[in-house]
Design a protein around this ligand. Structure first.
Ligand SMILES: C[S@@+](CC[C@H](N)C(=O)[O-])C[C@H]1O[C@@H](n2cnc3c(N)ncnc32)[C@H](O)[C@@H]1O
Length: 260
């Protein structure tokens, strides 16, 4: 009988497997990444009732403040999460409006046809998930808003799009604007303009919530590239090829564009 070669056990990389029902808690709630006040501030200011969040993963926080939400993501864990309604039943206990909560999920590539009427959404949400503002623009109503960050260049692309007009920016609040009843003012991140802070503790998660404010002044100062070289060549195609935002002289955490 031939001698069997001794097998060396493969060294397995340590992989933490998070159960599907816990995805929201682990990725958003526990990390202080719910961004609830961001969606609350925008929803209240613009009376948002119906929104689409493409590239949402399992980030269902908008449903706490917006009654009619459509989520789109092609990640297999997101699909598994939304398959079981118990996984996101907690939105009903955290919702801040009196209407019933309507939540729909499409496990699709957001560049494909989504089964929702065009021009029917008050708000389109784009966060760290590619060029949502461009791909899902048909679903946004005229006069509706795109809330985007520039992580993947989506805000920069929208700024160059004639169908969009910059109407505001959203920043985490500066330290000096914190109310006296807050229990902590720890600096968590800095922007060009101010130090932003985490404050107030969420009752449900015990994690500090960040507060946000909408600014609408001096909007023409945004989207001016820092580098003269970039300024000379910046275009939609340039940003798409780059796949990320470029440095601008003045930046915000999030941008609000109106579809005109
Ligand atoms: C980095 S995560 C961001 C999740 C969430 N938006 C947030 O702010 O935490 C990016 C998500 O976008 C999704 N995504 C990226 N491109 C997509 C596409 N073309 N269609 C659907 N989902 C997409 C990924 O599956 C992933 O869940």
């Amino acid at each position: 009988m031939p001698k069997t070669a001794k097998r060396t056990p493969a060294v397995k990389a340590k992989r933490v497997v998070i159960a599907i029902p816990d995805l929201y808690t682990n990725f958003f709630a526990k990390k202080g990444e719910e961004r609830l006040d961001l969606f609350r501030t925008v929803a209240h200011e613009y009376a948002i009732k119906r929104a689409m969040y493409a590239g949402s993963y399992v980030h269902v926080t908008p449903s706490f403040v917006i009654p009619d939400m459509v989520y789109v993501d092609n990640d297999k864990r997101a699909k598994a999460f939304f398959k079981v309604s118990e996984n996101y039943a907690f939105v009903h206990t955290r919702k801040e409006y009196i209407e019933p909560c309507n939540l729909v999920f499409y496990g699709l590539d957001y560049t494909s046809k989504i089964g929702e009427p065009e021009n029917s959404f008050d708000l389109l949400i784009s966060q760290y998930a590619g060029l949502v503002g461009r791909a899902c623009k048909p679903y946004l109503a005229r006069g509706g808003l795109l809330l985007a960050n520039d992580s993947h260049g989506d805000a920069g692309v929208a700024a160059l799009d004639r169908d969009y007009e910059l109407v505001g920016v959203v920043n985490q609040k500066c330290a000096e604007s914190i109310d006296g009843d807050d229990d902590d003012t720890s600096v968590s991140e800095t922007t060009d303009e101010c130090k932003s802070v985490s404050h107030r503790t969420s009752v449900s998660t015990g994690v500090k919530e960040r507060k946000y404010e909408i600014l609408t002044n001096n909007l023409d100062e945004y989207f001016v590239p820092k580098s003269a070289k970039v300024q000379a060549q910046v275009s939609t195609d340039y940003l798409i090829a780059l796949g990320k935002g470029v440095q601008y002289t003045k930046q915000a955490h999030f941008y609000l564009f109106k579809k005109v």
